[in-house]
Ligand binder design. Structure first.
Ligand code: FAD
Length: 320
């Protein structure tokens, strides 16, 4: 059965977020001859060609002053308008801050089934089957929407995006969003200065826990991260202790990361931390306690003092 897929693409700091390309790849995998349309609701300066190169057949750039910053009513109304016009059977978006807020509202508006935080999607016996983690990543469940519209958010870094093909062609169309009486308006956005690599999109993450002991203690982690082109993350204990900003927190109540390489330094491996990083492809743990639970999920474990091991790693990687 051919399905029309609608992917809600997102832009951050002027760049399309990689999860948008991952959603397009997920859409392609289940379209069965249907079309994949990407929609951009933000007023970003993006022409849509990159979305076509990554597998979209069509891009809808929605214009509207009220869409500049995310508001639930503004974006929901614009998405609903595009959804009805495009006659989509499946609506996908990244499991990002906005995706988690917008798509459940959209599913509710359309009385549709909602799959949240999927890490895989495939066709099985003609049905669209999603896999998602439950119990903070301790188990996985496969789910289907039994009838009607399918709405799903996809966890970043789990579905492989298609290689960019500059030779692909597709339509890029503009659409005007109908005016909405917003119940909330964004007065001002104060952005934190962007530092280094985006944590949720990083291919390598160097994370520090309570074992790092102080803000100063994060310095060797930043040095290693710089050599590796990695982002720095943290456990909640490190953020709670004021060693770093909460924006770095990884885990159940922080960010979810799935890099190719996760280096945990002075992190014990509490279940709430594992919930945010256990799907990383390769996990390296540095901990001076050989009984630390993090070693149970680690592919490589180094029992030692992080203040000795991390600078050694930095030196060795620098020498490569
Ligand atoms: P600790 O558990 O104190 O571990 C520190 C580790 O450092 C120890 O294993 C120690 O051996 C090692 N160490 C010490 N010194 C050194 C050294 N010099 N070299 C090498 N190793 C050293 N936690 C999160 O991380 N993210 C979350 O999102 C999160 N959400 C939560 C939500 C709820 C509802 C609750 C109840 C808790 C949550 N937590 C979360 C907290 C979680 O339970 C743990 O308390 C926290 O993850 C522990 O952080 P840690 O591993 O850095 O600290």
């Amino acid at each position: 059965m051919a399905r029309n897929i609608l992917v809600v693409a997102e832009v951050r700091n002027g760049q399309l977020r990689p999860v948008s390309f991952e959603c397009i790849a997920a859409g392609r995998a289940i379209a069965e001859g249907g079309s994949v349309t990407a929609v951009l609701l933000s007023q970003a300066d993006v022409d849509g060609s990159e979305l076509i190169a990554r597998g979209a057949d069509r891009v809808v750039l929605v214009k509207g002053e009220h869409l500049k910053e995310y508001t639930p009513d503004g974006w929901l109304s614009a998405l609903q308008q595009v959804y009805l016009a495009e006659k989509a059977d499946v609506v996908l978006m990244g499991h990002t801050g906005i995706g988690r807020d917008l798509l459940p509202r959209f599913a509710m508006r359309n009385a549709a089934g909602m799959i949240s935080d999927a890490i895989a999607v495939k066709l099985e016996g003609g049905q669209v089957v999603f896999t998602r983690p439950i119990y903070a990543g301790k188990a996985y469940v496969t789910q289907i929407v039994t009838e009607g519209l399918i709405v799903a958010t996809i966890r970043p870094n789990n579905v492989a995006a298609l290689e960019a093909d500059a030779g692909r062609s597709g339509d890029v169309v503009q659409s005007e969003a109908a005016p909405v009486d917003l119940r909330t308006v964004v007065k001002e956005v104060v952005r934190q200065a962007a530092t280094g690599v985006d944590l949720t999109a990083a291919k390598i993450v160097v994370a520090g826990g309570r074992g790092v002991k102080s803000a100063e203690g994060f310095k060797p982690l930043y040095e290693l991260a710089e050599v590796l082109g990695a982002a720095v993350g943290a456990s909640r204990a490190a953020a709670d202790a004021g060693f770093c900003d909460y924006a770095l927190q990884i885990g159940q109540t922080g960010k979810t990361v799935t890099p190719d390489l996760y280096i945990a330094c002075g992190i014990s491996g509490a279940i709430q931390h594992l919930a945010g990083m256990s799907a990383s492809k390769v996990i390296v743990a540095i901990n001076k306690d050989p009984e630390a639970p993090i070693f149970k999920v680690a592919d490589y474990g180094i029992v030692g003092d992080l203040f000795e091991v991390v600078p050694l790693l930095t030196r060795e990687f620098k020498a490569l």
